[in-house]
Design a protein around this ligand. Structure first.
Ligand code: TMP
Ligand code: ASP
Length: 237
């Protein structure tokens, strides 16, 4: 069997239901647009467990997502969607490319969340774009963008609270959305929410508990992911 799609950290497989896909979490990790590569034993299992608990929590909070159910340690079933080619990044504190672009020191707390749109393209390196680019390139309509902004802010508010209960500060994160194959008028949250696509700092020590441990060679990458899972489990119990 060949997957319908293979990305850097996940594979998508067909199921008996044409509107449902199997999403497999891989152990592969990449950074800096695929320039840096590694594989971590258990990463797929940890990200699946974390993402499954978070999507369950978000659904309970009234956020429509692609999530159907967990199948096993590294697989979930998801509603088939057409992924929007616009990635949404939400920032609460300065870090990563924000600091590089602006010269602002890491850790500055923003007066309100910053939303960025990027084109989902490995080839182009996920470039930052504005509403006019997105309209002109027909990546999404102005109405879609208004919806994405509102949905991203809602998810951010829920996750800030949730991760605070985990003793973690939500610094920034990336969301992807898709149109349901069975109902193309409806856009839902898709992809995953895990330490691969979020920056999470320990509330007490400031320690980085996310993929920056890999990006910056800080060591103990999976130990940090496992600790995030334990805290997420406690907060959803
Ligand atoms: P950045 O500071 O590198 O732009 O990243 C902001 C957040 O988005 C960070 O939590 C990591 C996440 N992210 C992804 O998940 N995938 C990506 O391709 C990029 C660029 C960022
Ligand atoms: N996800 C992107 C990559 O794999 C960027 C990153 O997370 O640093 O290259």
């Amino acid at each position: 069997m060949t997957p319908l799609y293979e990305g850097k950290a996940k594979r998508l497989w067909a199921t008996a239901d044409p509107n449902v896909l199997r999403m497999e979490f891989k152990n592969d990790a990449t950074a800096f647009n695929g320039e840096k590569k590694a594989s971590f034993e258990n990463k797929g299992r940890l990200n699946n467990a974390i993402s499954t608990l978070i999507y369950g929590m978000l659904e309970k909070e009234g956020v429509p997502t692609h999530f159907v159910r967990q199948i096993d340690e590294t697989n979930v079933e998801v509603h088939k969607v057409e992924i929007l080619m616009v990635e949404v990044i939400i920032r609460n504190l300065a870090a990563g490319s924000f600091c590089k672009r602006t010269g602002v020191e890491e850790g500055r707390v923003f007066s309100q969340p910053i939303i960025e749109f990027c084109i989902k393209s490995d080839e182009l390196g996920d470039p930052l774009v504005n509403d006019d680019y997105i309209r002109e390139l027909s990546l999404a309509t102005p109405e879609d963008l208004a919806f994405l902004r509102e949905a991203a802010l809602k998810v951010n508010a829920i996750l800030i609270d949730f991760f605070a209960r985990c003793g973690l500060k939500l610094v920034d994160f990336k969301l992807e959305f898709g149109r349901l194959a069975a109902q193309p008028g409806k856009i839902v949250l898709a992809d995953e929410i895990s330490p691969d696509g979020c920056r999470l700092w320990d509330l007490k020590t400031g320690e980085k508990m996310d993929k920056d441990r890999f990006r910056r060679d800080l060591g103990n990458v999976m130990e940090a992911y496992a600790e995030v899972l334990e805290r997420v489990k406690s907060a959803t119990r």
